[in-house]
Design a protein around this ligand. Structure first.
Ligand code: DP6
Length: 344
């Protein structure tokens, strides 16, 4: 077999309605909705080498040119989940080379962008080698991404992605994400997400452990129901362009995610003192200026500052003069809603 190489760039995403809790093989306990990001992405190449390998998956993984055997177990688990579709890789040596646009130590999870980039590479290569066109390429890529990391399922579409069955959206599915199928007010199409890097340390609780904590959680069932209710409300506000009501739901989702961690056993507080300070500053800024800037959080201490693009100048100045001092090395990423993955 000749050496074959494929490269994809795939973005990270930020959930507005949070996925927290799963069962069986990566089936979400509730639907989630996310903005696809633009500047935070992973670029991954998959090369099939011109050498025979052993009958298991025989690969090496490089992050920024460094050999990283520590990443292999997670990737192997993923590959085994889709191995029925990977005949073309069996008995063949291959190499995975990956690079994140954001530093590994930024506290930004690379699993959504990383797993979706790898899933896209695998599916592209499968198509090329088997000369078979996959009819719904991105649906399949999303299904595979989900089996690598739940949130990765949402990274393969532009703008807004929905993963998980929800009664108001007939095409929705627990098996894969879909591009948000309804009309959305244009104000949300280029929304900004400034990622304020409060703490760059490794996460104290991995998302795998975090999701497990929802299994015997006293408030889990009510939370899963609330995600459906919040999604219904958000669908309405996205259509109407009601940024204030949108922001209220999004902030409540972020605090609920953290409340779930604080009330699980064992319990965790992932926010840092500066996270809280920044949340209070956002509330005060909103009150003083009437500018609709809101926050969301993922499973860490960083703050995602969300606002319509027309206010970029004001928010940029504010972050630079008031917030920067609270950030690790003064670092933040000026991201925004993006156009989805790119084959290079
Ligand atoms: C808090 O997708 O990282 O970011 O499926 O175990 O890989 P696994 O979990 P992961 O969980 C993401 C959780 C979250 C919320 C979200 O992105 O919806």
């Amino acid at each position: 077999m000749v050496q074959k190489k494929v490269t994809w760039q795939s973005p990270s995403n930020i959930a507005l309605i949070k996925y927290w809790g799963k069962h069986d093989v990566q089936i979400p306990a509730n639907p989630s909705l996310s903005f696809t990001l633009s500047k935070s992405f992973t670029e991954t190449s998959l090369t099939i080498l011109d050498e025979p390998g052993n009958k298991d998956f025989d690969f090496e993984l490089y992050l920024d040119q460094d050999l990283r055997p520590d990443f292999k177990p997670k990737i192997t688990t993923f590959l085994k989940r889709i191995e029925a579709d990977l005949d073309f890789l069996k008995g063949q040596k291959f190499r995975i080379e990956t690079h994140n646009s954001f530093p590994h130590s930024s506290g930004i999870a690379s699993s959504a962008s990383g797993m979706s980039a790898l899933a896209l590479c695998l599916l592209s290569l499968k198509q090329e080698l088997e000369s078979k066109k996959e009819e719904s390429f991105f649906k399949k890529a999303s299904t595979w991404s989900r089996l690598g990391s739940g949130s990765a399922s949402r990274s393969v579409y532009p703008k807004l992605s929905l993963w998980g069955k929800h009664k108001a959206i007939t095409e929705s599915s627990d098996d894969y994400a879909i591009a948000f199928p309804e009309r959305v007010d244009p104000i949300f199409e280029d929304f900004c997400d400034y990622i304020l890097l409060v703490d760059k340390g490794e996460k104290k609780v991995s998302s795998t452990v975090g999701h497990q904590l929802m299994n015997n959680h006293p408030y889990a069932q009510r939370r899963f129901l609330q995600a459906h209710e919040n999604l219904d409300a958000l669908l309405k506000y996205l259509k109407l362009g009601d940024v204030e009501s949108f922001g209220e739901i999004v902030e409540s989702e972020a605090l609920t995610l953290h409340a779930m961690m604080m009330t699980s056993m064992p319990y965790f507080i992932l926010m840092k003192p500066n996270t809280l300070k920044i949340l209070e500053m956002i509330w005060a800024f909103r009150k003083e200026t009437s500018i609709p800037a809101y926050f969301t959080l993922d499973a860490g201490a960083n703050v995602h500052l969300l606002f319509p693009k027309v206010y970029e100048q004001q928010l940029g100045d504010w972050v630079n003069t008031e917030v920067k001092a609270l950030l690790k090395n003064g670092d933040y990423i000026c991201d925004a809603v993006g156009n989805g993955p790119l084959k290079l």
